[in-house]
Design a protein around this ligand. Structure first.
Ligand SMILES: Cc1ncc(COP(=O)(O)O)c(C=O)c1O
Length: 398
């Protein structure tokens, strides 16, 4: 077996299952799960209809590169959503469909990392655990960039030692962030791209929450947008990852894309051809429809906004709480240890939240996940409000 498998950490939900094992919640309170980031708003009908209309696509092998219609549709979406300058995005060379961003974020490191260089892969901490596993299995060492309240829950690139930049070959960033909802501004992205030029590394920007934002007038910036504004219209060293899972409430469709630097994507396509992860034609057709529509995405944002408002109104009485500008998570500072909080809340109120330390690693003498829990506002509004009242009751007993 690959010896690197032994270095992989258990997934956060395995740790959560261990924490809950043997604990009995009250039988009279139905369980409310706020631990998993799985969207639960209904998938738009027109996406399901498009799947049905194109079931005949099951009769053909799809190509790894994806059909020209889907790539064109994605390029147009990118151009509408982000200000990409005159050249825009070339659907032939700068876009590839992926079967959800999870597999692509993982596969990307396997394609771009040369383990012989003793490379570092930088990533935020706390983080989406796939980045770490991807780095380890690619033969790189993960290097964690702590994101704390003091740094606005964003990585501080200026605090990274030069020796680290010299070994860095790939940086994962996540904006809007999971779990904190923090959004990287254009200035910070610009700084990262300058560092990428100086030290010769690639930036993988996970933007799968980019369409869930609080202010309709202020959508999060994307890395390609910042690159274009700097005159880097070929998106050198940049690859962005986008998904329909959160934007369109279609996590089961397994549909997303990567876009950016044509040279990097050309080699990633070669890798993917062998990896064998072409998107089924049926899914491609449904995805075209989803990327072309914004009405359902606006409605989706409105639903999350209502939930954030309602939950913050309840919890604001007992906690100093910040509603993030994007995403669907509350990153709550806990009055007691985060694992004790999650375990106690489950036992007292039958609500499951995720302890912050299950999403982070100790680094530089601190563990930035401790003392926090991640609360996913994915359940329907009424259920989120019931959960908020139960969390409040629990906090009042501490
Ligand atoms: C930060 C982040 N990136 C990527 C993903 C993967 O999403 P998908 O594979 O559904 O596109 C998730 C899913 O929860 C996530 O939270």
């Amino acid at each position: 077996m690959n010896p690197k498998l032994a270095s992989l950490h258990p997934y956060p939900f395995e740790k959560l299952a261990d924490l809950k094992r043997g604990r009995l919640p009250p039988a009279d309170k139905p369980h409310i799960a706020m631990s998993i980031g799985e969207p639960q708003h209904p998938t738009p009908h027109f996406i399901a209809e498009a799947l049905l209309q194109h079931l005949h696509g099951l009769a053909s092998y799809p190509t790894t590169k994806g059909g020209p219609e889907l790539r064109r549709c994605i390029a147009q979406w990118l151009e509408r959503r982000f200000d990409l300058g005159e050249g825009g995005v070339d659907p032939e060379r700068q876009v590839l469909p992926v079967n959800g961003t999870r597999e692509a974020l993982f596969a990307f490191a396997q394609a771009v990392i040369d383990p012989a260089e003793q490379p570092l892969v930088l990533m935020p901490n706390p983080f989406y655990q796939i980045y770490e596993g991807a780095a380890i299995l690619a033969g790189a060492e993960p290097f964690f960039l702590n994101t704390t309240a003091e740094s606005g829950f964003l990585p501080d690139f200026d605090a990274v030692p030069e020796t680290v930049w010299r070994r860095c070959r790939l940086v994962y960033v996540c904006s809007p962030g999971n779990p904190t909802g923090a959004v990287m501004g254009g200035d910070q992205q610009r700084r990262l791209l300058e560092l990428a030029e100086r030290y010769d590394f690639i930036v993988a920007s996970d933007e799968c929450y980019s369409e869930l934002y609080a202010d309709e007038a202020d959508p999060p910036a994307g890395l390609l947008q910042t690159a274009a504004a700097m005159g880097n219209t070929e998106f050198r060293r940049c690859v962005v990852f986008h998904s329909l899972s959160k934007r369109s409430n279609a996590p089961g469709l397994r549909s997303g894309f990567v876009a950016g630097d044509a040279d990097i994507l050309g080699r990633f396509l070669l890798y993917r051809t062998y990896h064998g992860c072409a998107m089924p034609l049926t899914v491609q057709k449904a995805s075209e429809r989803a990327w072309a529509d914004e009405i359902h995405v606006r409605e989706n944002r409105a639903l999350y906004r209502r939930k954030f408002d309602a939950v913050a109104t309840v919890l604001g009485d007992v906690l100093d709480l910040t509603v993030p500008s994007a995403g669907f998570y509350l990153w709550l500072r806990t009055p007691i240890d985060d694992t004790a909080f999650a375990a106690g809340l489950f036992e007292a109120q039958n609500v499951t939240v995720l302890p912050g330390r299950f999403l982070s690693r100790p680094s530089g003498g601190v563990d930035p996940g401790t003392g926090h829990v991640r609360i996913a506002l994915v359940a329907p509004l009424e259920e989120c409000v019931v959960a908020a009242h139960r969390i409040k009751q629990f906090i009042q007993t501490l």
